[in-house]
Design a protein around this ligand. Structure first.
Ligand code: ADP
Length: 248
């Protein structure tokens, strides 16, 4: 199980009625790294994420997670096995406090009802774990704040906390810096670094300076295909990348 790559795709392909959005993509994500998926709009990044988390069914190809073929698995089974995509902000309950949101996330058994207590977890340990998660994402002073009233960057931190509640081994982050300014970007980037210490992160991100600073490996997609892959220093020097993406 302990191969070098936590996630691997083999010729992953998705066709939408005659249009190939993702074509024979061989993505390899090394364990305990931060890996970015970048590319211009329409390159296929979201489609790849949707294929990985099983919200879309591939037209062809395989997805291997920890060496196991999960191509036919259901979304909840994939999440249970440790690959978890960050929740959209809309999945945070805006009228509840930060603390209540994290507690609910901790109680949420994947793939079934929200209103169900994990029997093995006592209320006391659940509450302690919630406080720990709140501290971990830097929301200590916001624990009683109403989620819907949090500043934008803090909402993203809460989103990460609710994802961490599911104890992911591989965390998929969808544009974690989208819509953020300088201070929030630094805070979330540092949070991602902390989160990645004992897990793997795969993220779609448009902010190239963040990607350059944060990510070990970058995969550049263009028109559904991998154009280049490697560390930022390498990828950013690739003439095809400069022409197709960075130079535009
Ligand atoms: P990115 O996330 O890199 O911007 P997407 O994965 O969203 O790119 O889209 C890749 C291409 O696939 C785009 O041309 C988009 O219009 C197309 N596409 C995405 N989803 C669908 C769909 N459900 N039906 C048809 N075409 C789609």
């Amino acid at each position: 199980m302990a191969g070098e790559h936590i996630l691997e795709t083999q010729d992953l392909t998705k066709e939408f009625t005659g249009f190939v959005a993702v074509r024979k993509v061989n993505l390899r994500v090394r364990r305990h790294t931060i890996h970015a998926l970048i590319g211009p709009n329409g390159a296929g990044k979201t489609t790849v994420f949707n294929l990985l988390t099983k919200f879309l069914r591939p037209t062809a190809g395989q997805i291997l997670y920890n060496g196991n073929d999960i191509t036919q698995s259901k979304p909840a089974a994939v999440a249970r096995s440790g690959m978890v995509r960050s929740f959209q902000i809309s999945a945070v309950f805006p009228h509840l406090s930060v603390r209540e949101n994290v507690r609910i996330a901790l109680q949420r058994p994947l793939g079934t009802s929200f209103h169900f207590w994990k029997p093995e977890r006592s209320l006391e340990s659940l509450h302690a774990r919630a406080e720990q998660l709140i501290d971990d994402v830097g929301l200590t002073q916001f624990r009683t704040a109403i989620a819907g009233e949090l500043p934008y960057g803090r909402k993203r931190a809460l989103e990460i906390a609710t994802t961490l509640a599911l104890e992911p081994e591989l965390m998929l982050l969808d544009e974690p810096m989208a819509g953020m300014g300088g201070e929030d970007i630094t805070r979330i980037a540092e949070l991602i670094q902390t989160v990645a210490k004992n897990r793997t992160v795969l993220m779609v991100e448009h902010n190239l300076s963040v990607v350059a600073w944060l990510c070990d490996t970058i995969t550049v997609l263009q028109r559904g295909e991998i154009l280049a892959e490697g560390p930022y220093t390498e990828v950013s020097q690739n003439p095809a990348v400069i022409e197709a993406y960075i130079g535009t």
